[in-house]
Design a protein around this ligand. Structure first.
Ligand code: ATP
Length: 238
C-alpha cells in the first residue's frame, strides 16, 4: 500500500467541439477500494476513463494515478492501469493466449515471462482451458472474462472496468461480480462504470454519480439510498 490515492482528479474538463463531456470533475479513489461511477448514457463515463488511459486528451484540470500525472508522467500512470473497455476491440485471428502474449510483449515483457503472465491471467479469470481458442469462438461470457484477463496482463494496481456487465444475462452478471470482487479482495483497486444501481450497491465501497459531465454525488451505496438517490438514478436513466 502507498499513501497516494489510486486516483486523484481535480476539475477535469473535456470538450469535443461544442460538446462538454466533462465539466469540472473532481474525485478521489482510495487505494484498495472498489469505486463505482454511475450515470446515464452520455454522462461522460467513457470520456472520463479515456482521459485516464491516454485515449483522449483532456481540455483542462489534472488527473493523477498513484501520484503520476496522466499526461506528464504518461508511462508510469499507464503502467499502473489495466483497462477492460466496453468495446470488443480484440485481435480475432489468434488463439487468446497468443493475443495476451502479444499484449505483454507490447508492454516490454520478455517472451517467457509473457507466456507465464498470459497463463496466469487466463487462470485468474477461469478460461485457461480455452487458451488455444480464438476470441471469436468464445461464448459471450468468456469474451468478458478474456477482456479482464487482458487488463490483468501487466499486473496493474488499478483495474478500470467500463460497463463490464452491460447486456449480459443474470447468471453471467453474478459470475462476473464474483470474479471482480475476488480481484478486489486480492488487492486491486477497481473503478467500475455502470448503469445498474444494483451492481453499484452490490460491489462498491463508494459511488460517484456522473451526469452531464458533472459529479452529482459521491457516497457509499447505503448513503445514496438514504438520500433517495435510487430515485434520482431512475430519473437519470429515463
Ligand atoms: P454511455 O453510457 O452511453 O457509454 P458515457 O457516460 O460513457 O455514455 P461518453 O461516451 O463519455 O458518455 O459521452 C459523453 C458526451 O460526449 C456525449 O454527449 C457524447 O455524445 C460526447 N462524445 C463522446 N465522444 C465524442 C467524440 N469523439 N466526439 C464528439 N462527442 C463525443
Amino acid at each position: 500500500m502507498t499513501d497516494r490515492p489510486a486516483l486523484h482528479i481535480e476539475d477535469l474538463r473535456k470538450e469535443y467541439g461544442d460538446v462538454t463531456a466533462l465539466d469540472g470533475v473532481s474525485l478521489t479513489v482510495p487505494e484498495g477500494s472498489f469505486f463505482g461511477l454511475l450515470g446515464p448514457n452520455g454522462a461522460g463515463k467513457t470520456t472520463f476513463i479515456n482521459t485516464l488511459v491516454g485515449l483522449v486528451r483532456k481540455s483542462g484540470g489534472t488527473a493523477r494515478i498513484f501520484g503520476h500525472d496522466v499526461e506528464d508522467d504518461y508511462q508510469e500512470a499507464r503502467n499502473a492501469v489495466g483497462l477492460a473497455p466496453q468495446e470488443f476491440n480484440v485481435d480475432r485471428f489468434f488463439p487468446i493466449r497468443e493475443v495476451l502474449e502479444h499484449k505483454a510483449g507490447y508492454h516490454g515483457i520478455p517472451a517467457d515471462e509473457a507466456t507465464r503472465r498470459a497463463d496466469d491471467a487466463l487462470k485468474q479469470v477461469g478460461i485457461y482451458d480455452k487458451r488455444d481458442t480464438r476470441f471469436d469462438w468464445l461464448s459471450g461470457g468468456m469474451k468478458r472474462r478474456f477482456l479482464l484477463a487482458r487488463a490483468l496482463i501487466t499486473d496493474p494496481d488499478l483495474l478500470i472496468l467500463d460497463e463490464p456487465t452491460a447486456g449480459v444475462d443474470v447468471q453471467l452478471r453474478h459470475d462476473l461480480w464474483e470474479l471482480v470482487t475476488d480481484l478486489n479482495d486480492r488487492g486491486k483497486t477497481i473503478l467500475l462504470t455502470t448503469h445498474y444501481i444494483e451492481e453499484a450497491e452490490r460491489l462498491c465501497d463508494e459511488v460517484a454519480i456522473l451526469d452531464s459531465g458533472r459529479v452529482r454525488a459521491v457516497a457509499t451505496p447505503a448513503e445514496l439510498k438514504d438520500r433517495g438517490t435510487d430515485r434520482i438514478v431512475v430519473e437519470l436513466r429515463s
